[in-house]
Design a protein around this ligand. Structure first.
Ligand SMILES: Cc1ncc(COP(=O)(O)O)c(C=O)c1O
Length: 399
């Protein structure tokens, strides 16, 4: 039977994401393609204990009932405490518990976007956000960026030209680049977007995964009006499988997002919220994040060593102070990393082609590498395979 799907689904393209998950499931592949937190950082023992205790309580049934859309109050309080660390001040009316940061992006779109609207994004940006904008029939327009953040002159010019509904940014340990905007850049973005009354969606799942350098406060903390919505997530610091996060912002926006959330999932799983809240209440979040940072730092260093040892000299790359990703470009090389991916996989190593992170599909000679989910030995082995592969491809392209 031929199904008559909605027109807006015609341009939805999940191919790249599907490809990533297929690759991850083959055991012989050393995959730098995903974005998973380290298996060792997932607190199985602690959550088993917490689940047992929560479900042994005499009123445990309440956690198996329906709950309010706004969220389980102890978890909303835990979100308020967590975001304070980055200068984000919030009361309960500013908080909506969400089923992961991904839902926050979706609800922001559901609340603001009409078909044909424009969203400004950093070029490159989070692939799945681009897919969500696409699903709302909105157009993503890229803003130029450098090592310190986005080009604010370009941002202002594109605000004037495109009159965007909002600006979407990942200012700390960005996915895909691993880059962090400077404080100066955050202040300038806050100033320009307030000047034109443009909302900003600050997506911040990685800020707590800092293993070196100085903390930078959230863009939200520098906001000159109430135009910034901040997304926090427990996925990378506790467990992505729990699907718990928080959106923080102006109460009018938060209320609108809550109404939109009702149609999506009524509320985030109460049991998952209670588990996350109890994990925080016991002080385990701070401890487990601190414990996981040396692991991430040493894996990032292993990747840097692998790049120095094996990658071609044309490979120009970031050296992040946190997060999960390294980003690189084969400077001046006429290669297409999307076309080459299947051949790399034949050598049992995977990366993500950088072009999928560009609003305009450019970045043909770029790649994203994830360092969090493989041992140091595997990182060395994988980078050796990848380095040899790209050296061959680059010399082929030159001849
Ligand atoms: C920038 C960014 N935003 C949102 C998400 C979605 O995360 P969550 O599990 O919180 O929905 C990810 C996941 O990789 C991400 O990298």
């Amino acid at each position: 039977m031929e199904f008559c799907f909605a027109d807006r689904t015609a341009n939805m393209n999940g191919t790249a994401t599907r490809e990533i998950f297929k690759l991850l499931s083959r055991p012989e592949i050393i995959s730098f393609a995903g974005g998973l937190p380290a298996t060792e950082a997932l607190p199985v023992k602690e959550l088993k204990e917490i689940c047992g205790e929560l479900l042994s309580a005499s009123d445990a049934y309440k956690l198996l009932q329906y709950g309010t859309t706004e969220g389980y109050p102890p978890l909303a309080d835990a979100v308020i405490q967590t975001v304070k660390e980055f200068g984000v001040c919030a009361e309960r009316e500013n908080v909506l518990v969400i089923s992961g940061g991904q839902q926050g992006i979706d609800l922001m779109c559901k609340s603001f976007l009409n078909a044909g609207d424009t969203v400004l994004v950093e070029n490159p940006t989070y692939l799945a956000a681009l897919q969500i904008f696409n699903s709302y029939e909105a157009k993503a327009v890229g803003i130029r960026a450098d090592a310190y953040g986005i080009d604010v002159a370009d941002l202002e010019a594109k605000i004037k030209l495109h009159k965007p509904k909002f600006v979407y940014l990942v200012p700390t340990f960005s996915n895909p680049t691993g880059k962090t905007y400077s404080e100066k850049n955050r202040k300038e973005i806050a100033f320009v977007t307030a000047k034109y009354g443009i909302p900003v969606l600050e997506d911040d799942p990685y800020a707590r995964l800092r293993f070196s350098g100085e903390k930078v406060n959230a863009l939200y903390s520098f906001a000159q009006s109430d135009n910034v919505v901040y997304l926090a997530s427990f996925s990378k610091i506790l467990s992505p499988g729990l699907r718990v996060g928080g959106a923080v912002g102006n109460p009018d926006i938060i209320r609108k997002m809550a109404i939109c959330k009702q149609g999506t999932d009524l509320h985030t799983s109460l049991l998952a919220q209670a588990i996350a809240a109890e994990y925080c209440r016991r002080g385990l979040l701070k401890r487990s994040v601190e414990d996981s940072l040396p692991l991430y730092a040493s894996r990032k260093k292993a990747m840097m060593r692998g790049i120095e040892k094996y990658m071609p000299s044309e490979f120009v790359h970031t050296n992040p102070e946190g997060g999960l990703f390294v980003w690189g470009e084969f400077d001046g090389c006429d290669i297409n990393t999307a076309e080459l991916l299947h051949r790399a996989v034949e050598r049992n190593v995977a990366y993500i082609q950088g072009s999928v992170f560009y609003a305009d599909g450019s970045g043909k000679n770029t790649i994203r590498l994830n360092f969090s989910n493989a041992s140091e030995e595997k990182i060395d082995e994988g980078m050796k395979a990848l380095g040899e592969f790209f050296k061959e491809e680059i010399s082929r392209a030159k001849n």
